[in-house]
Unconditional design. Sequence first.
Length: 296
Amino acid sequence: MIIEANGIDLHVEQRGAGGPALVFLHYWGGSSRTWQHVVDALSPDYRTVAIDQRGWGKSAAPEAGYALSDLAGDVLAVVDSLALESYILVGHSMGGKAAQLAASQRPRGLRGLVLVAPAPPTPLALPLDARQGMVHAYNSRESIVATLQQVLAPDGLSDGDLDTVIADSLTGASSAKAAWPLATSQEDITAVVPLIDVPVIVISGEHDLVDPPEVLRREVLPRIPQSTLVVLPGVGHLLPLEAPTDLANVIKAFVLAQTRGGFFALPEAQQEVALTRCGDCGMARLTASTTAPRRP
């Protein structure tokens, strides 16, 4: 469906029922389809709302207007348009940084924040020439495959997911492709993210080359109150496609903790959680150890 929100037509995919609603924001290069496997797992229990961010998927693509405030304003306008009374924001990479800014505004109805391999609130630590090179990363099938193999998902994707990623990256607007590496990624929102007042879970891939776990430990956890880190083993940056079942299970556990009380409700201490697998049966389990108390 198309929703006119924040002065722009945004394509939104809705499924399921039940609260809180889960509102998904994709990475730079993706679309609402990035979340398809995660939504498949969660929509039987929750209402899911996946947004094509401006310039991507089936949403409108203005020539300008790709600042973080625009992206955050879009999602909050969609929430208002759909009259969501209780919801959790789920943002991946670029969408994770937009979700941080949106959550810092303490919108009514927000119950939690899930940051999946998020871009930190600090500027992207790459020199200008590298960021200029990123502008052309999605220009052709060959360049997209190379970016996937070398950076985003070195361990590979299924044929179907590969086709989805290539199609989404190719059809992105040139203005959107350029805006993130050249401008939006350089925005510094460290002054406002401490205002986030809902529980936050940060989910990282063990082998992420874009925003590795150590970067998130250093740049995200100390700045955002009530945040918890989960590390998924053996995967890279494209968690919604590389490990959708594990990701959906962690999101569901987090949601249940906010609605019923539970493991992730840890306001007084920084907690790091690892997803490990039994060597005999392959079953995934969460293990945790409390670290030093969070700084004021």
